[in-house]
Design a protein around this ligand. Structure first.
Ligand SMILES: Nc1ncnc2c1ncn2[C@@H]1O[C@H](COP(=O)(O)OP(=O)(O)OP(=O)(O)O)[C@@H](O)[C@H]1O
Ligand SMILES: [Mg+2]
Length: 388
């Protein structure tokens, strides 16, 4: 930790700006607005990113996940400016990176972003220490007399100091990746963008690289990391799931993990966003059921009227959980009321017939929902009987 403190001085972790740049409207560290990327090949034009809107906040550790070919690397390359969008805008701390020239981009990137790739990409003819000093030389960020000491300290951080004067070929893949991370940190950038940094490592080495990232996030860095490793993806602060060049609603992915990515995307497109004031009724007991509501913000209370007309709150639900599934499943009127608790609630509604259709398409999801329905019916029966 003390090493980290001396190596990283930018306490506020702000990004340095090229002159003459317009500010983006939002306040997120990274913002993508309607980003489209098409590639042309012999078969014609191929849309890889289909109008991506996404944002990454300061201090977040975001895992970008999705099937092979879904567009993860293409998305990452938009953020780093390695590639340019066909249309749309990318702002990084207000800097419109898609408008920078190649040269401006290279310098800006060198100062503000540490990039880590799957295949390390250390320069083979330079020693490990020289590899790490290169970004400092290129961007002229630290006084020449300090660069070597800083390089050695960074190597110490990744436990590679004793190998400083070796060539990359003389060390293992995991060690090369640790050096590549040290290189990414050379100019103390506020963010690290990594494309499958553990993809070529055994699980133990992958764990040590991931632990290093966690440590950096704790120090205030922002990390966006593409990963295929589902156990690592569970440990980041948020995941962004891409399917066919589009982003799946994160709550849909959480609520119905047994759907295929395609099905999740289909649901995402059918969602209708809704807002409810504190105390506002979302579902009225006895009314016809129209929707399944997936909660995306706030908390809702499920309220039953007992036979003596008294109210009892039988359940509280938070983002990622859904209500209205019992009625949808049983084809009955609402058996309980649902209302926003003490804070405003945001939810997305999925049409009842769409939900039924979805369960027909995904038998495993149907099973999960079936179990949930039975469990909740038991809870409700207990509540009615006054046991709760
Ligand atoms: N330079 C290019 N020219 C043409 N097509 C490309 C180019 N780069 C990517 N593609 C295509 O775009 C699609 C998305 O590629 P991308 O590399 O972003 O996927 P990915 O999600 O990173 O996959 P993986 O998990 O295998 O790394 C693929 O079908 C790929 O073939
Ligand atoms: Mg990729």
């Amino acid at each position: 930790m003390t090493i980290l403190k001396t190596l990283f001085h930018k306490q506020d972790n702000t990004v340095s700006k090229p002159s003459g740049q317009a500010e983006a409207p939002g306040k997120s560290l990274i913002e993508l607005v309607n980003v489209v990327k098409t590639f042309k090949n012999a078969a014609g034009e191929f849309v890889v990113l289909k109008g991506i809107n996404a944002h990454f906040e300061r201090g977040e550790f975001v895992g970008v996940i999705g099937k092979s070919g879904s567009g993860k690397s293409t998305l990452i390359n938009m953020i780093t400016g390695i590639d340019r969008p066909t249309s749309g805008e990318i702002f990084v701390d207000g800097v419109a990176v898609h408008t920078l020239s190649e040269n401006e981009m290279a310098i800006w990137r060198g100062k503000n972003m540490g990039i880590v790739f799957q295949f390390f990409q250390l320069l083979p003819t330079l020693s490990l220490l020289e590899n790490i000093m290169l970004p400092m030389d290129f961007c002229n960020t630290y006084p020449p007399g300090e660069r070597k000491d800083r390089g050695l300290e960074l190597l110490r951080l990744v436990e590679m100091e004793e190998h400083a004067y070796k060539l990359p070929t003389a060390i293992s893949g995991g060690q090369q990746q640790r050096v590549a991370i040290a290189r990414a940190l050379a100019n103390d950038p506020p963010m690290i963008i990594a494309d499958e940094p553990t993809g070529n490592l055994d699980s133990k080495t992958a764990e040590s690289v991931f632990a290093l990232f966690e440590n950096l996030v704790n120090q205030g860095k922002t990390i966006v990391m593409v990963t295929h490793d589902s156990s690592l993806a569970k440990r980041v602060s948020r995941t962004l799931l891409i399917a066919d060049g589009e982003i799946v609603n994160e709550w849909v992915a959480k609520a119905w993990p047994t759907l295929t990515h395609q099905q999740m995307l289909m649901v995402t497109k059918q969602l209708e966003p809704l807002h409810f004031a504190p105390g506002e009724t979302i579902i009225e007991q006895g009314s016809a059921s129209e929707n399944v509501y997936l909660i995306t913000q706030g908390e809702v209370e499920v309220v039953l009227k007992r036979q003596d007309n008294s109210d009892v709150v039988v359940n509280r639900m938070t983002p990622g959980q859904y209500v209205g599934e019992i009625e949808t499943f049983r084809g009955e009127n609402a058996i309980a009321s649902v209302r926003a608790a003490h804070l405003p609630v945001e939810a997305v509604a999925l049409d009842r017939s769409e939900f039924i259709h979805l369960l027909e398409e995904s038998k495993s999801t149907k099973q999960v929902v079936e179990q949930l329905v039975e469990e909740r019916e038991r809870e409700n029966a207990d509540a009615r009987a006054g046991k709760l």
